[in-house]
Ligand binder design. Sequence first.
Ligand code: GAL
Length: 470
Amino acid sequence: MLRVEFLKYMAALAAMWKISPVVARQIVEAEISRQDFGKDFSWGVATSAYQVEGAWNLDGKGESIWDRYTQKQGNIKDSSDGKVASDFYHRYKSDLGLLKSLNLKNFRFSFSWPRLLPDGTGKVNGQGIGFYDRMIDTCLNLGIEPWAMLYHWDLPQKLEDKDGWTNRDIVGWFSEYADLCSRKFGDRIKHWMVLNEPGSYTTLGYLSGIHAPSRIGIGNYLSSVHHTCLCQAEGGRILRENVPNGHIGTTFSCSYIEPEKETSLYQSAAKRLDVVFNRLFIEPSLGMGYPFEDLPFLEKMAPYIQNGDMEKLKYEFDFIGIQNYFRVIAKPFPIPYLWASRVKPETDAEMTEMGWEVHPDGMYKIIKQFAKYPIKEIIVTENGAAFPDQIVNGRIHDLQRINFYKRYLQNTLRAKREGVNITGYFAWTFIDNFEWVEGFHPRFGLVHNDFKTQERIVKDSGYWFRDFLK
Ligand code: GAL
């Protein structure tokens, strides 16, 4: 980047952060080093099957709820879908080679449930097993450690036809799937995660209906929450049984919540949002039960809870994956049941293309909040940002993304230095991909993808990681 451009950029950042350009420059230039995080810290990138694989109907794969949902006009902003996505299914070898060249030694991916079990249960798709076998072996041959996620939102459509997460039978369906994955791949994969952000897919998919499978209503939501919590623990137990020396975790979306004003009305609104955003899925796994007292409408979950369930919800994970992007400011608001809502960030706040406020301090605070739970190890399993990328002479100077990473990493380090056992960090994401209902527009990758030609260009943020991790 030219010096003039750099100075202009500093001035813009300074205005956004409401600080002087000199201080902005100090922040940007403040170096953190890999050594600060310790030599055993795991550095990597996270991806998910539906967002990158493509090959939606190849080699025996069954239909997923996202294959179905994306076909309905109006569901996806740019009317795109994940039929081809980043074509990782065909390009995994060169992509993993590229990953290695950026010194990123840990690769988080998810299994596509309908690629392995096209009907959700029963007949196993050997070609699906073959794909993951080859992909995992490629990782290992390159010296890249694979981190497997069992469920990243692409439920087999055949199971949604039987009511998906709202049907208690999902505990059996999910157990069969978890058993299959861990038996087939547990000889080569040490690091496992059960669910990606249960708070996101239950709320967006079964309450507001703005994600697949587009169901709405409190009953759908609460039953999907309870069945998810049962699967979370059961999944952990199955992985442990099949991979006794495995490193087993699960992940949560989480955001530090602040009341807009320091009054008791606002503070209790913040407390209610905290339940939904941060507490609902981790607390039952720790044996703390559901946080009914802080959000009484959750008691409507009672009809779905059977005798002995509270015991079954418990599972001691080796690590908890936290996924943080923004903070949340809360105010009281007449939304039924919740009586709280988010306040829009100030108009001059630094925002990503997702409309999320950049607030690195929130990363520190949410890590500290989770560290109060009796958990053994925390890993940041997702963190990243979408900004408008421009190709200039074949390069992408995404300084804003680099600065995002630096500041979120500084805040991760701050928590680590205060004694929190944080053992890894995964950037979201490796390559530009299909960003759910947003389609292809917001780009989160360290590597740019041209979705027409599938040509990859490493962004400056990718090179930043390469040099940082050297
Ligand atoms: C997470 C999700 C990812 C990705 C990311 C950016 O919530 O797990 O799949 O989409 O957000 O929006």
